[in-house]
Design a binder for this molecule. Structure first.
Ligand code: GLC
Ligand code: CA
Length: 555
């Protein structure tokens, strides 16, 4: 395998609106990010993915871009962006932007021109159609609810949107669109970014011509996801993008790719794949199906099977990007640790398990201090369109307000979007102004200031993990070493090897409150990571792990 500059690096996701507010308007911004670069450097971060900061009406929090060449004034301006790039570079850090090109905002000039003249040049930038015999071209339901078709006022035409109606899909079949996208990407690389996280990318290829599918709900519609099964040929677009742009800049790219077929894995992230990496969403998908009320609670066994299957499936084909959460998911500690078992120790155990999987570890803002889901009490406390839609689906299905709010506190992505808890000061040290969204009331207990100098804190543990990952004595093995499950069948034990050329490391985590004794495969060597004060190994190479104890042992 050809070694690339990004292999063995540690990445961090910033969701700017809630990261750090520099000017006291209650909204995080670029200057706020600059102010935290030293913090991130000290933590051990190399690559920073910043969720969209482009000009946008923020209907979907920036995933609705009205100008790809400008910064949303709420977040700063282009000079500040350039300064952020320069300051990161000074610290040997890499900035990765979010590439949102399945759709733009309905406030983008392309779309405005398209609406003004649907049959003209810009009309072809989008999917615009008329009803036939009184029927829309297809019965697909958008990700955020309602039909994918929305009327263009003053005409008999409709445009297609896979997400919100304020996010019209760009027509990738039109070479002009692709040219515009590559031009824009090029422009950003020339400014000094190191790569892109590629948003919603599998949606750029539609199943054409549009057709109806069997409805999956009483509304007579079917989730737009259904068409992805039949949409063929996305690879041609992605190869073009790679050759035009990514290869030229030796970029780091990570795709938001769901549902790829086994046979496509190599095409996506193999040696010469479309992308450097893709997120492993298998744990995020665990237990999910249909509406919130149809989801199943994740058990440690389900979680283990999800990550292990992904690891085995990818093996040495390429690099997954491993996460426990992001801006589209609730907090990982609340999702993968059984209710009632949440503690600093269990948070560290979960961290150990995911961080040392083969791939690129990503940390989402606040994860490093163990931030938790937010006890929202009513729907008006939220801003997120997708949570509001899912909440409505629950209410429409007959769930009470209380039941629906309970589901929201478990599944809503807004849980991960509350301000980062920097300190126990007012507004959690995020801003001097009341933030745009509520602060998690637990900020007095969970905050960075409190954890910074406490060697037992979750934060200190993350720092330790990153240092271990980068320790030259283990870095090769932890980056390239083979993943192999250990005692996979043992309940509530999550254990695996990382096998390097001349080194074997064993990651062991006891995912329950009761102690658990495990026979080691061979005599234990050094314990190189431990989330508890001691380790109990007897003369017969049996290790007794305390509740939620996690260790890494060199064999
Ligand atoms: C991706 C983003 C998500 C956004 C959606 C539409 O899934 O991560 O936040 O809502 O795309 O752009
Ligand atoms: Ca601000």
């Amino acid at each position: 395998m050809t070694k690339k500059w990004w292999m063995g690096k540690v990445a961090y996701q910033i969701w700017p609106k809630s990261f750090a507010d520099s000017n006291g308007d209650g909204i995080g911004d670029l200057e706020g990010i600059i102010g935290k670069l030293d913090y991130l450097k000290d933590l051990g971060i190399d690559i920073i993915w910043i969720s969209p900061v482009y000009k946008s009406p923020l209907v979907d929090q920036g995933y609705d871009i009205s100008d790809y060449y400008d910064i949303n004034p709420l977040f700063g301006d282009m000079d500040t962006m350039d300064r952020l790039l320069a300051e990161a570079k000074k610290r040997d850090m890499y900035i990765v932007m979010d590439l949102v090109v399945n759709h733009c905002s309905d406030e983008h000039e392309w779309f405005k021109k398209a609406c003004a003249d649907p049959d003209g040049e810009y009309g072809k930038y989008f999917y615009i159609a008329e009803k036939k015999d009184g029927k829309l071209p297809c019965n697909w339901r958008s990700y955020f609810g309602g039909s994918v078709w929305e009327p263009i006022p003053g005409t008999n035409k409709y445009y297609f949107h896979a997400f919100h109606k304020k996010q019209p899909d760009l027509n990738w079949e039109n070479p002009k669109v692709r040219e515009e996208v590559y031009k824009m990407m090029n422009w950003w690389f020339e400014r000094g970014i190191a790569g892109f996280r590629i948003d919603a990318i599998i949606n750029i290829k539609k199943k054409l011509p549009f057709c109806d599918y069997e409805p999956d709900r009483d509304d007579g519609m079917v989730s737009v996801v259904r068409m992805l099964e039949d949409a063929e040929g996305i690879g041609e677009f992605l190869e073009e993008m790679k050759h035009e742009i990514f290869d030229k800049y030796d970029a780091f790219t990570v795709g938001e790719v769901f549902n790829e077929k086994d046979s496509e894995l190599r095409e996506f992230i193999g040696e010469n794949g479309h992308f450097s990496s893709k997120f492993d969403f298998a744990p995020e998908m665990c237990g999910k199906g249909g509406a919130w009320y149809e989801h199943e609670t994740v058990t440690p066994e389900m979680y283990k099977n999800a990550i292990f299957d992904s690891q085995l499936r990818v093996a040495d084909i390429g690099f997954l990007s491993n996460i426990i959460e992001n801006h589209d998911e609730p907090r990982g500690v609340c999702r993968y640790i059984p209710e009632g078992d949440l503690s600093d120790t269990s948070k560290k155990a979960l961290a150990t398990v995911y961080f040392f999987l083969r791939g690129i570890p990503f940390i989402y803002q606040g994860q490093e201090i163990g931030m938790e889901n937010c006890p929202f009490e009513n729907i008006d406390q939220l801003d997120d369109i997708s949570s509001k839609d899912e909440y409505k689906v629950c209410r429409d299905a007959g769930y009470s307000e209380e039941e629906s709010m309970k589901l929201l506190r478990i599944y809503s992505r807004e849980n991960a979007r509350t301000p980062v808890q920097w300190s126990d000061e007012e507004n959690a040290g995020f801003s001097t102004h009341e933030p745009w969204i509520m602060v998690n009331p637990n900020y007095k207990e969970i905050n960075l200031a409190k954890q910074k100098d406490d060697s037992n804190s979750v934060y200190a543990f993350y720092k330790k993990m990153i240092a271990l990952y980068k320790n030259p004595a283990y870095h090769e093995t932890l980056t390239f070493g083979r993943f192999e499950p250990y005692q996979r069948e043992t309940k509530n034990l999550i254990a695996y090897f990382r096998k390097g050329e001349n080194q074997t490391l064993l990651v062991l985590a006891n995912f329950q409150n009761e102690p658990q004794t495990v026979v080691l495969p061979e005599e234990a060597g050094n314990v190189i990571l431990n989330n508890c004060a001691s380790v109990d190994v007897d003369d017969d190479s049996r290790i007794t792990l305390a509740g939620y104890q996690a260790v890494i042992i060199e064999l």
